[in-house]
Design a protein around this ligand. Structure first.
Ligand code: CO
Length: 505
């Protein structure tokens, strides 16, 4: 009997986040839910920071209502979400009480599997949210963000796996947000974790398709013992998205492995989304093929387009090559963090600043915080000179504790601020929406009664001419694309703090 390989379907979250700027409306997902529910997936990923953000920012949709709807329409499926550990779905560290409340409410509204990651792979940032998931009795999946540097080794990843398992994680995920995971390292890491931590430890593998090599990586991971792989239905796959679900099924044919997926159901899902895709033409990613340059620059595709826009705005588009060379240097100075939200944006913007204004003449507030330990610790040491510069410019002391230990209980203050807003219904869910996106939530609360907005257009009404590049670009979530918004930076220069808004055109 071939070994059964489990599959997580990404169509309802990462696939449209990576390929159509997270704009898919709930209305366009509903008709596919019955087939998805009955196709035989291990889990259906359907919620995360960018989808939550997009719901309230663009779609006038209540993300909690979206979750409850999935719960109703996918009664046989495990619902899965991506959680940024102590950052939850936002961009700052939240105090532990807010973390507990968020996880509790997500579980209560129907979430089953919490894939928890920290951008710096700092285990201290993962502890509280994993504990909170365990408390609800739901599935806690501890995540290792995959990255490449002189300091990142198979042994290092195994050590992190052990630490995650000590926290009580029910499974592990190797998360490759930039399609950097080549076949052999995929094999080596999965094999080493299985050998060290035990064959029974569940390993899930999440890869993007951007570099063209990761379908083979999935195969090698499976051969090394991976239990579950992430794919997206073919009509919304490849490019900066993921490997196609149906191709995985066919690839395993004749091997010692099989999926239990129902091919008829997959065909219906594929055809359904093939019909939906053209309606979102204006949001589709410009990258459609393969980008192997990523292996040299190690910069995810979404991040490059982001930096291009930042440069263009300052009339310096021609400096992109210099910036691309600067990114790895900034990453080294910062101790080799993985490039994933929010570290990808922080490193990328500092690289732009260095090229435009001279090395570390101006530090963004975020970069100074990263250097000073306010996002957690990095694998490598941070450059002592730049660290001193950060301390001087930001007028702050470096910290070595868990960043959230510096925070005081904040639930009551968040609650008072949220319920004072017109349209806030006073529920914990609304308070959490406000806590995640305090800039966007007030407007959403006031317009919620108007109902969801579907940004998809009738393809016959959309000109066939080349689609306009997606408007204001700022990549979020795993550094790959998606919800695109202006971002505000606190820039400290000669001890003075000023606000800079980078809103790429
Ligand atoms: Co992803």
């Amino acid at each position: 009997m071939p070994k059964k390989i489990d599959v997580t379907e990404l169509i309802l979250r990462d696939a449209h986040q990576s390929l159509m700027a997270t704009r898919m409306a709930m209305e366009d997902m509903i008709p596919a839910c019955e087939d998805i529910d009955k196709a035989g997936y291990w889990s259906v990923e359907c919620w995360g920071g960018a989808t939550f953000d997009s719901c309230i920012r663009f779609l006038n949709e209540d993300p909690w209502e979206r979750l409850r709807t999935f719960r109703k329409l996918l009664p046989n499926s495990r619902l899965q979400m991506l959680l940024r550990a102590q950052n939850l779905l936002g961009y700052r560290h939240y105090e532990d009480g807010v973390v507990d409340r968020f996880v509790e409410k997500s579980a209560e509204n129907g979430m089953d599997v919490f894939r928890v990651f920290d951008a710096l792979n700092d285990i201290r940032n993962l502890r509280r949210s994993i504990k909170a998931v365990k408390k609800t009795g739901k599935h806690a999946q501890g995540t290792i963000c995959y990255t490449i540097s002189p300091l990142h080794t198979v042994t290092g990843y195994v050590d992190m796996a052990e630490e995650l398992l000590e926290l009580g994680c029910d499974s592990l995920c190797i998360k490759d947000m930039a399609a950097l995971l080549k076949p052999q390292p995929a094999y080596d890491i999965v094999k080493a974790i299985k050998q060290t931590c035990g064959e029974h430890v569940r390993i899930h593998v999440h890869c993007h398709a951007t570099t063209g090599v990761t379908m083979v990586s999935l195969m090698k991971a499976i051969e090394a013992g991976a239990d579950c792989v992430d794919t997206a239905i073919s009509s919304l796959s490849l490019g900066p998205g993921h490997n196609p679900t149906e191709s995985l099924v066919e690839m395993l044919d004749g091997t010692g492995y099989t999926t239990a997926l129902d091919k008829q159901r997959l065909l219906s899902i594929k055809e359904y989304f093939a019909g939906i895709r053209p309606r979102y033409a204006e949001f589709l990613s410009n990258i459609t093929g393969v980008e192997t340059d990523i292996f040299d620059s190690q910069i995810p595709g979404g991040m490059i387009s982001n930096m291009e826009s930042q440069l263009k705005q300052q009339g310096a588009a021609h400096k992109i090559k210099e910036v691309l060379l600067e990114v790895p240097r900034v990453r080294q100075v910062a101790g080799f963090p993985p490039l994933v939200t929010p570290s990808s944006q922080i490193i990328g913007t500092q690289a732009v600043f260095n090229v435009m204004m001279g090395d570390y003449k101006v530090l963004t507030g975020e970069f100074a915080d990263l250097m000073l330990g306010y996002y957690g610790s990095t694998l490598g040491p941070r450059d002592p000179q730049v660290l001193q510069l950060a301390a001087n410019q930001a007028n702050k002391e470096p910290i070595t504790c868990r960043p959230a230990d510096m925070l005081k209980p904040e639930w009551e203050a968040l609650r008072s601020a949220a319920i004072a807003l017109p349209g806030c219904n006073g529920s914990d869910e609304d308070v959490l929406t406000f806590a995640m996106f305090p800039q966007v939530a007030p407007k959403f609360f006031s317009t919620r009664k108007d109902g969801p907005k579907n940004l998809g257009k009738d393809p016959s009404a959309v000109p066939a001419a080349p689609a306009a590049p997606p408007a204001p670009v700022h990549a979020k979530d795993d550094g790959k694309g998606p919800v695109m918004v202006p971002i505000n930076y606190d820039v400290t220069f000669n001890g003075k703090s000023t606000k800079v808004t980078v809103s790429p055109a």
